[in-house]
Write a protein that binds this ligand. Structure first.
Ligand code: NDP
Length: 474
C-alpha cells in the first residue's frame, strides 16, 4: 500500500509531525538525507504505519498520487537542495509543502518557480515547537488553494484544536502568505516576551520583589485577562530552582544575553519596507541585540554616570503598583497586536493576499507560542467588522486603552526616573498617543525637508504641492 503523505527531514520537527500524522490513521512515507535518523525512527516506532525510504527516488515512488510531501529541513540552502533533487522526480499536480521557518520572500520565489513546472508549492508556518508538532501545532499554510484542498484533510486532523473544537489551521492565502503570517506570529511573540520581561524587570528592580513573589504574581495574572501560554511558563520558570546546585532560582543563574533566530528581525524589516509602524516588536528585537552586548554593558555600567530617583514604596503602594504593571502589560500587548494586525493589513494589500484577520487570530488560540485567551477578542473584533483598520477602533480594545493608559503612563514614568529600561512599554504608549494624535509635528518636518531639499509640502488650507522661498527675504 502506498503512503498517503511523505515527510522529508526527520530531525525533531519532521519526526514529530510524521508521528502526529500517523497517529491520525494515515500511512506516512519517511526520508532523511543521512539514514541514521530514519533507522532510529524505524527502530523506535516499528509498530507504526511508517514507510521508510533511503533514496529520494524510492521515497517519491512510495507515495500515492497526487503526491503530498512535507519538507521539514533546515531553512535556506537545505530547502533549496531538497527541492532541486525532488523536482525531476515529481509529476504535475503533486503538492510540495515547506514546513520550515522560511523567509516568505523565498517562498514566493519558489512558488513561482515550481508553478511553471505544474508543481504545487505550499509554504507552511508551523508553530508550537517539538511538543506542538507531536500533539497539535498551529499551522499557517499558504500557496495554491487547490493544493491546500488536497492536504487540508490531513492538516485539519493534526492541528491543535481550540476550546470550541475548531482546528488551528486555515488556508492563509497565495504564495508566501503562510510563511509571512508565521513571521508576524514570531514577531508578536518577541513583543509578548519583551513586555513580560520588562514587567519582571520593573517588579524586580523598581519594586524590589523577590523571584518567588514574582512567580506568584505571574501565576495570579494567568488567571485573568492575561491568561496565556507565555505568562504560564513565566510563572513556572520563576518558581524553579537551579538544577546545578547553587541554591538559587534558575533565572538568577542564566546569563542575560538574549539570542534570536532572525524571524523578529524579518518582521521588523518587512514593517519598515511596507511603512507599518511596528515599534513594539522592533524594540523587542533591539532589546535582544543590546542584551547581547554583555561585555560592553558591564564596562559601561562601571563608567557611565547615573542620576536616578530611588523609589521607596510602602507595601500597600507596592500592591497598587503590581496591579498597574499588570494593566501596563495588557495595554502593551494590545498595542503590539494592533501594530501586528495593522502590518498584516498593509502587507496583505501590498501582496494581494486577501488575509482573513479574524481567522488568523482564531488559529493562534491553541498550539502556537502566542496562544492566549486574548486572541478570541481579536477574532470577535474582526467578526463584527472584517474591514477594521486598527484593532484599537474596536469597542473592546478601545475600552482597554481607555481604562489602562493611566497605569502604563505611570509605570513608564516611574521606571524611566528609576533608570530601568522599558523600551517596549514606552513604544506602546507612544504608539497609542501618536495614533490618536490629530496633529503631529510632521508639519515642521515637511518645512525642514522643503528648506534643505525643496521637497515641497502640502497645506492645511488648499490642495497641491507648495515650495516656500526659504532663501528669499519675505
Ligand atoms: P533543523 O532545522 O536542525 O534541520 C535538520 C534537518 O534538515 C535534518 O533532517 C537534516 O538532515 C536536514 N537537512 C539540512 N540540510 C539539508 C540538505 N542540504 N539536504 C537535505 N536535508 C538537509 O531541524 P528541526 O527539526 O529543528 O527543524 C526543521 C525545520 O522546522 C526548520 O526549518 C526549522 O526552522 C523549522 N521549525 C522548527 C521549530 C523548532 O521548534 N525546532 C519550530 C517550527 C519550525 P540530516 O539529518 O541528513 O542532516
Amino acid at each position: 500500500k502506498k503512503a498517503q503523505i511523505g515527510v522529508i527531514g526527520l530531525a525533531v520537527m519532521g519526526k514529530n509531525l510524521a508521528l502526529n500524522i500517523e497517529s491520525r490513521g494515515f500511512t506516512v512515507g519517511v526520508y532523511n538525507r543521512h539514514r541514521n535518523r530514519t533507522d532510529e525512527m524505524m527502530r523506535d516506532h516499528s509498530d507504526k504505519k511508517l514507510v521508510p525510504s533511503y533514496t529520494l527516488e524510492d521515497f517519491v515512488n512510495s507515495l500515492e498520487k497526487p503526491r503530498r510531501i512535507l519538507m521539514m529541513v533546515k531553512a535556506g540552502a537545505g530547502t533549496d537542495a531538497v527541492i532541486d533533487q525532488l523536482l525531476p522526480l515529481l509529476d504535475k499536480g503533486d503538492v510540495l509543502i515547506d514546513g520550515g521557518n522560511t523567509n516568505f520572500h523565498d517562498t514566493m520565489a519558489r512558488n513561482a518557480k515550481l508553478d511553471k513546472s505544474g508543481i504545487n508549492f505550499i509554504g507552511m508556518g508551523v508553530s508550537g515547537g517539538e511538543l506542538g508538532a507531536l500533539h497539535g501545532p498551529a499551522l499557517m499554510p499558504g500557496g495554491q488553494k487547490e493544493a491546500y484542498d488536497l492536504v487540508a484533510p490531513i492538516l485539519t486532523q493534526i492541528a491543535a484544536k481550540a476550546k470550541d473544537g475548531k482546528p488551528c489551521v486555515t488556508y492563509i492565502g497565495p504564495n508566501g502568505a503562510g510563511h509571512y503570517v508565521k513571521m508576524i506570529h514570531n514577531g508578536i511573540e518577541y513583543g509578548d516576551e519583551e513586555l513580560i520581561d520588562e514587567s519582571y524587570n520593573i517588579m524586580r528592580n523598581v519594586l524590589g520583589l523577590s523571584v518567588p513573589e514574582m512567580a506568584d504574581i505571574f501565576a495570579e495574572w494567568n488567571k485573568g485577562e492575561l491568561d496565556s501560554y507565555l505568562i504560564e511558563i513565566t510563572a513556572d520558570i520563576l518558581s524553579r530552582q537551579d538544577d546545578l546546585g547553587s541554591g538559587k532560582p534558575i533565572v538568577d543563574m542564566i546569563l542575560d544575553r538574549g539570542a534570536n533566530k532572525g524571524t523578529g528581525k524579518w518582521s521588523s524589516e518587512t514593517a519598515l519596507d511596507g511603512g507599518a509602524p511596528q515599534s513594539v516588536i522592533t524594540e523587542a528585537v533591539y532589546a535582544r541585540y543590546i542584551s547581547m552586548m554583555k561585555k560592553e554593558r558591564v564596562a559601561a555600567s562601571k563608567v557611565l554616570p547615573e542620576d536616578v530617583e530611588k523609589v521607596n514604596l510602602t507595601d500597600e503602594e507596592k500592591q497598587e503598583y503590581i496591579e498597574k504593571i499588570r494593566q501596563a502589560l495588557y495595554f502593551g500587548k494590545v498595542m503590539s497586536y494592533a501594530q501586528g494586525f495593522e502590518q498584516m493589513r498593509i502587507d496583505g494589500q501590498r501582496y494581494d493576499w486577501n488575509l482573513k484577520f479574524g481567522e488568523l487570530a482564531q488559529i493562534w488560540r491553541e498550539g502556537c507560542i502566542i496562544r492566549a485567551q486574548f486572541l478570541q477578542k481579536i477574532t470577535d473584533a474582526f467578526a463584527k467588522n472584517p474591514d477594521l483598520d486598527n484593532l484599537l477602533l474596536d469597542d473592546y480594545f478601545k475600552e482597554i486603552a481607555g481604562k489602562y493608559q493611566k497605569a502604563i503612563r505611570e509605570v513608564v514614568a516611574m521606571s524611566i526616573k528609576a533608570g530601568i529600561p522599558v523600551p517596549a512599554f514606552a513604544a506602546a504608549i507612544n504608539y497609542y498617543d501618536s495614533y490618536r494624535a490629530e496633529v503631529l509635528p510632521a508639519n515642521l518636518l515637511q518645512a525642514q525637508r522643503d528648506y534643505f531639499g525643496a521637497h515641497t509640502y502640502e497645506r492645511t488650507d488648499r490642495k497641491g504641492n507648495f515650495h516656500y522661498s526659504w532663501y528669499e527675504e519675505q
